[in-house]
Ligand binder design. Structure first.
Ligand SMILES: Cc1cc2nc3c(=O)[nH]c(=O)nc-3n(C[C@H](O)[C@H](O)[C@H](O)COP(=O)(O)OP(=O)(O)OC[C@H]3O[C@@H](n4cnc5c(N)ncnc54)[C@H](O)[C@@H]3O)c2cc1C
Length: 174
């Protein structure tokens, strides 16, 4: 059996993967972050409700996080897509779409979630821009159109379609 290249391979290098890598890097673990560069929020222009980062772009948050994480010398970042994980505890092999193989004692999946969007023309292109998700609360401006614009809509718990950011007033939150 070959010696593992890494203590941990983290599959997914967005916020969750980078957070895990920081904790492991600080514990002087040999870590490889493997990331395909497709975070779920990649279309959204600005982040909100994240302390110190309100209004920042998702790419900026990731860039700062990556810089801080890669300051730990035992952490490495690799762009790529994991296509297979084989083996058993303390002896895993991760394969990538480019044909690379990485050996690790542990695998940490930080691959996020994939939003399944309805097949409405223009919906996917507007996701995170003018079609937003509001967990728990519905925020709909008077000029809003489309699914989810009524608290009674079947999609109301999931979606709010609004015409401008100004409709997202804290006073609407309960
Ligand atoms: C439109 C939208 C707007 C949002 N706005 C906000 C906001 O304003 N404020 C807020 O706090 N939260 C917001 N969120 C939520 C926030 O973006 C997520 O909670 C956060 O991105 C989750 O981080 P994650 O690392 O778990 O997953 P993700 O950010 O989705 O990252 C997963 C990573 O894993 C990679 N990956 C997946 N499979 C593989 C594979 N096989 N091999 C290699 N890499 C792989 C992907 O490329 C991606 O980089 C928003 C989400 C969306 C969809």
């Amino acid at each position: 059996m070959k010696t593992p290249d890494f203590d941990v391979v983290i599959i997914g290098g967005s916020y969750a993967g980078l957070s895990a890598a920081m904790a492991l890097g600080r514990a002087v673990r040999r870590v490889l972050i493997l990331d395909s560069g497709q975070p779920c929020n990649r279309q959204t222009p600005h982040s909100h409700n994240l302390i110190t980062q309100d209004g920042a772009t998702p790419a900026h948050i990731t860039a700062v996080a990556k810089e801080q994480v890669l300051a730990y010398p035992t952490v490495r970042f690799q762009a790529g897509t994991a296509t297979a994980v084989m083996g058993e505890s303390n002896s895993f092999v991760v394969e990538t779409a480019a044909g690379e193989q990485f050996r690790a004692r542990k695998i940490l999946f930080a691959t996020g979630v994939r939003d399944l969007l309805p097949a409405i023309p223009g919906f996917a292109e507007s996701w995170g821009i003018s079609v937003i998700h509001c967990r728990r609360w519905i925020l709909a401006s008077s000029s809003a159109t489309g699914p989810g614009n009524s608290p009674c809509s079947p999609m109301a718990p999931l979606l709010s379609v609004r015409s401008s950011a100004s409709s997202c007033k804290p006073s609407l939150l309960r």
